[in-house]
Design a protein around this ligand. Structure first.
Ligand code: C5P
Length: 271
C-alpha cells in the first residue's frame, strides 16, 4: 500500500556558501512556513472530529470553517442523530470523510459493514486491529479506494488500562503488535498516539499511514487523553494525519484555532 501523504512541496534549503545568520534563518523558516504550498500541505493533513451532540452544531461548524478544513471525522456520537446523512452531504460537496466507527464483530458482519462504507464513498474507516477483523475488512473493501485504519490502543488508555484489560505487556508493545497485524492483513494504516508514530514508522518500514488523535496545542487541557501530543510534535514524529476535536470544536474562535494549528503543523513540515 502506498502512503498518500503527498510530496513535501517545500523549497530546498540553500546550498553551499556561508551559513545564514540566525535572524535570517528564522526569517527564511517563517517565510517557508507561510508559503502557500506548505500551508496547503499542512491543511490536507488536518482532520477535524465532529464530536457534537447536535447535528445542527456540527453543520454550523462545517460552514464556519469553510475551505480551511477539507477532511472531517464523524463518529459514534452523531451516528444516530443524522451523522450518516451529514457524511453523505459532505462527500457530495467534495469534502473528505473519515468514518470512525471502530468496527469489531464477526467476519461476515465486518465484510458487509465495510462494503457498505466503501459504497458510501468515505475516505477512511476504522476497525479494531485484530487479525480476523482486519482480514474481513480488507475483503469487504474489495477494490474500492476506501482506506482501512486499524485502531491500535485508544489514546485515552495508558499502561494501567491495558493491564486491566488483561494484556501482559506495555502500551508500546501492544501498539506495535497491532500495527504489524494491520500491515500483514493488508490494511492501509493505523490510529495511534503521536508518541508511537516514529516507532510504528520504523517497525513497519513506512508502509502504514499513521493517523493520530489526542492532539493538544500547548494552551489547551488534555481532557481524558493520556498520550496527548502537540500538533508540531505529532508532525515531527511522523504522523501523516492529525485528528483534532475539542481543541477546535470548543475553541472560542474555531477558525482561528484551525489556522493556528495548521501554522504549527506547517512549521514542523519545514523542519
Ligand atoms: O477532542 P479530541 O481531540 O480529544 O478528539 C479525539 C477524537 O479522536 C475523538 O473523536 C476520539 O473518538 C478519536 N480517537 C481517539 N483515540 C483513538 C481513536 C480515536 O481519541 N485511539
Amino acid at each position: 500500500m502506498l502512503l498518500d501523504a503527498g510530496s513535501p512541496g517545500i523549497p530546498p534549503p540553500p546550498q553551499g556558501g556561508s551559513p545564514l545568520p540566525v535572524t535570517s534563518m528564522a526569517t527564511a523558516a517563517a517565510s517557508r512556513t507561510s508559503a502557500p504550498g506548505v500551508i496547503e500541505q499542512a491543511r490536507g493533513k488536518l482532520i477535524v472530529a465532529l464530536d457534537h451532540w447536535d447535528i445542527g452544531d456540527a453543520e454550523r461548524l462545517v460552514d464556519v470553517l469553510g475551505s480551511d478544513v477539507s477532511f472531517y471525522k464523524l463518529g459514534l456520537g452523531l451516528q444516530l442523530a443524522g451523522g450518516d446523512a451529514l457524511a453523505k452531504r459532505l462527500i457530495a460537496q467534495g469534502t473528505r470523510v473519515f468514518l470512525d466507527y471502530k468496527y469489531l464483530d464477526i467476519e461476515e458482519t465486518i465484510k458487509t459493514a465495510v462494503r457498505r462504507a466503501a459504497d458510501f464513498g468515505v475516505d477512511f474507516l476504522t476497525v479494531h486491529a485484530a487479525g480476523s477483523v482486519l482480514r474481513a475488512a480488507v475483503e469487504g473493501r474489495g477494490s474500492s479506494p476506501l482506506k482501512l485504519l486499524g485502531v491500535t490502543v485508544l489514546t485515552s488508555m495508558d499502561a494501567d488500562d491495558i493491564r486491566e484489560m488483561g494484556f501482559p505487556c506495555d502500551v508500546e508493545q501492544l501498539v506495535l503488535a497491532r500495527a504489524q497485524k494491520a500491515l500483514d492483513a493488508g490494511a492501509d494504516g493505523v490510529i495511534a498516539s503521536a508518541r508511537e508514530a516514529a516507532m510504528i514508522r520504523s517497525a513497519t518500514g513506512g508502509k502504514l499511514l499513521i493517523v493520530t488523535p489526542g492532539i493538544r496545542p500547548h494552551d489547551t487541557g488534555a481532557d481524558e487523553q493520556k498520550r496527548a501530543a502537540t500538533p508540531s510534535a505529532a508532525i515531527r514524529d511522523g504522523a501523516d494525519y492529525l485528528v483534532v476535536g475539542r481543541a477546535i470544536t470548543r475553541a472560542p474562535d474555531p477558525k482561528a484555532a484551525v489556522r493556528s494549528i495548521v501554522e504549527e503543523m506547517a512549521s514542523s513540515l519545514v523542519g
